[in-house]
Write a protein that binds this ligand. Structure first.
Ligand code: PMP
Length: 285
């Protein structure tokens, strides 16, 4: 029986419930993380815990436990469920309150940890590459709700994901309010041109992906030049390679955008090299 961490305890899945007055449900008022477990170990736990607390701070939500206690709760939940290779969903809601917006009238923020198996992209997609479309739905305006906050408001991304699905694509490229490339609905985007790797900077209206940061570091260690810079759709069309990074996807090639092939339409050598290096890093983690 799956055990879920909630209210400081591990309980059976069926007993893991929150109030219908929780502002996480009523207003999407909360933050979350998606974290990988490899060989029984929580991957980049400190980075994920840190991003969670930063997201919470940005929405003025005080998480009612220390970072160390959070890390311990994550490890305990993984152990209680006997997860070797899987996925953790960590959620912190504002807690139950009145039907009004005022977060001051809420109490008891809920810390919820679910450790489960992971849904991966099929292996053919790693061999052949993903097809992408450009979504018409923009990423959040950074001055409305910063995309750097991993909040429980994912509606833009969900609408873009639906646009992708309607076009037969599992991912879609989202632009920011300036018309620059931001990221995909649940993955960061990278391009390779003449051996140089580029990706939108953190000011482009993106979630600063933990896989993104890890891949940038691995790429630089491997001797590649990595530039964080403004990218427009033209850059994708003329790139030699394109790949996406994310907790579930790791490093996955993308080989077409809006029906136009990227490079020769096949996963390229830099992408393959970085996926290999990422796997090696995970094994040694
Ligand atoms: N962008 C968005 C919008 C995301 O939700 C995610 C996480 N699924 C990512 C990028 C990738 O971030 P990470 O590498 O931390 O999973």
């Amino acid at each position: 029986m799956t055990k879920v961490y909630i209210c400081g305890k591990l309980v059976d899945k069926a007993d893991a419930v929150v109030s219908v007055f929780d502002h996480g449900l009523l207003y999407g008022d909360g933050v979350f993380e998606g974290i990988r477990v490899y060989s029984g170990k929580v991957f980049l736990i400190d980075e994920h815990v840190e991003r969670l607390y930063e997201s919470a701070e940005a929405i003025r939500l005080e998480i009612p436990m220390t970072r160390a206690a959070m890390a311990q709760a994550l490890n305990e939940t993984v152990a209680a469920n006997g997860i070797r290779d899987g996925y953790i969903r960590l959620v912190v809601t504002r807690g139950a309150g009145t039907l009004g917006l005022d977060p001051k009238k809420t109490s008891d923020p809920q810390v919820i940890i679910i450790a489960d198996s992971i849904a991966l992209y099929p292996s053919e997609m790693y061999q052949e590459g993903l097809k992408l479309i450009t979504a018409s739905t923009l990423r959040n305006h950074p001055q409305a709700l910063s995309p750097r906050i991993k909040s429980l408001n994912y509606l833009n991304n969900i609408l873009a994901k639906i646009e992708g699905a309607d076009a037969g694509c599992v991912e879609a490229v989202m632009m920011n309010h300036l018309g620059h490339v931001a990221e995909c609905t649940g993955d960061n985007i990278f391009l390779v041109k003449n051996g140089v790797i580029s990706t939108p900077g953190t000011d482009a209206g993106i979630l600063e992906g933990i896989t993104r940061n890890c891949v940038i570091k691995l790429a630089r260690e491997a001797g590649y030049e990595v530039r964080e810079k403004t990218l427009i759709r033209h850059d994708i069309y003329v790139a030699d390679e394109c790949f996406l990074t994310g907790t579930a996807a790791e490093v996955i090639p993308a080989t077409s955008l809006d029906g136009r092939l990227i490079g020769d339409g096949k996963p390229g050598p830099v992408t393959k090299n970085l996926l290999e290096r990422f796997h090696k890093f995970v094994r040694n983690h």
